[in-house]
Ligand binder design. Structure first.
Ligand code: HEC
Length: 154
């Protein structure tokens, strides 16, 4: 292939990748912000904060990481404590509305937004669409995700 053709091909591939990559902030604004708020602090007594809380789950290693994927895919129902507050409500599942790409992107957004990036474990690696795809098959209920929360936090 000629040099010019190769360059055109590389450019086309790069633009394609950009167009495909989901924008985590946009996903957050569309699907999460109404409850967890623009500043990630949630609403006292109603919606738990994600500030400082998401890195705490990530500190717990692989299970914490999977729990976060499960919350977004399958929802969460049961009494939790987060950021010093208690919540006993239900988060609806978003697995049917969000692609693997979008779930990975929004989790990377909440992992790093609002200063959370400074609290992440040193070995934190970005969530990937493949990782989300693998968890999707588990088809958990919001209450089963709550069982995971209890195991993680006890
Ligand atoms: C309709 C309101 C609502 C929306 C929209 C929503 N959540 Fe939630 N979320 C909740 C509630 C309520 C809980 C706590 C559930 C409980 O009490 O068991 C929660 C819990 C969580 C948790 C565990 C948090 C913690 O503080 O311990 C995470 C992480 C989370 N949500 C992320 C998201 C993300 C990411 C989105 C967007 C894809 C989203 N949520 C959309 C209401 C919502």
């Amino acid at each position: 292939m000629g040099m010019k053709k190769s360059l055109v091909l590389i450019l086309a591939l790069a633009l394609g990748a950009l167009a495909l990559a989901a924008d985590g902030e946009k996903v957050y604004q569309t699907y999460c912000m109404s409850c967890h708020q623009a500043n990630g602090k949630g609403i006292t007594g109603a919606f738990p904060p994600l500030v400082e809380v998401v890195p705490e789950y990530l500190e717990k290693g692989e299970l914490g990481r999977q729990f976060l994927i499960h919350v977004v895919l399958f929802g969460l129902q049961g009494q939790i404590t987060a950021g010093g507050g208690t919540f006993n409500s239900m988060m609806p599942p978003y697995g049917n509305q969000l692609s693997d790409d979008q779930v990975a992107a929004v989790l990377n957004y909440v992992a790093k937004a609002w200063g959370n990036d400074k609290l992440l474990p040193k070995d934190f690696k970005d969530f990937t669409p493949d990782e989300v795809k693998a968890e999707r098959g588990k088809k958990l209920s919001p209450m089963q995700v709550y069982e995971e929360w209890k195991k993680l936090t006890q």
